[in-house]
Design a protein around this ligand. Sequence first.
Ligand code: SF4
Length: 308
Amino acid sequence: MIRKLKYPRYLNIKEEAFDRRIEKAYKLLSSCEVCPHKCRVNRLKGERGFCRSSEEVMISSYNTHFGEEPPLVGNFGSGTIFFTNCNLKCIYCQNYPISQLGNGNKVTLQELAKIMLALQKRKCHNINLVTPTHFVPQILKSLKLAIKMGLCIPLVYNTSGYDSVNTLKLLDSVVDIYLPDARYADNEIARKYSSAPNYFKIMKKSLKEMYRQVGDLAVDKTGVARSGLIVRHLVLPGGLSGTKKIMHFITREISPHTYISLMAQYFPAYQADQFPPLSRRIDKKEYREALQAFKEEGLENGWFQKDI
Ligand code: SF4
């Protein structure tokens, strides 16, 4: 007999299996290997590594958000939760007060679960976990509490793409929608501007694992995302984001049907003034070239900016 799977997919995980995942995830915190930095600090004892986060979860805000890609927003918005700190240090980060300066408040796992429920009550189509990588174990534990309280909308894992495959495997059958950045195609550029060694290599592995879990984007009859992968690519000035190489990778090694959000909104924030060409916005020609690379590589699906 074929068993009909429940949706969102986390509703299919039995309690004991969920507990085993949480246990595995918390083990990663004791000599931290949650992300590719592998700092090996004991976050359970309050130690902090590159991401400056201990065991305690911090968030800066949660809200109904209408600025995400259309299938995430639908009619009622995406329920974003912004986690404090980050496992990248982008010198141009537009959210630097949250990601680099640590703005935010501590929340207990029970409070985090209640926030998920509050977003569901507002009719948000999904729970959009923004910069969740360094808090995956805690999110899993909190999710279990939220499911007990009645959570039944899908999770969006909204990440820089600098994730460890081992940690992503703990999210298999938990996350329905992956929303990673594909930020750089050059490891040295990534190291210089985001302190992310081997970014291209790591991002490629992460995206392949995400795609293995959820496949191409699938939407319901109203156009709202049910599952799948959406890749964000922020076009940086001076060709620093390596658009052509990234589009090539996505077509050849992920899927030519991948939905890409080709973003033109870069502006020099935080320390970007000191790092030309990141000290300026992109121009029309640069965005046109990025769009051309997208088309030349045979990609068809996505969202583009018209008024640059
Ligand atoms: S999650 Fe934080 S402490 Fe753990 S390995 Fe990554 S940067 Fe280091």
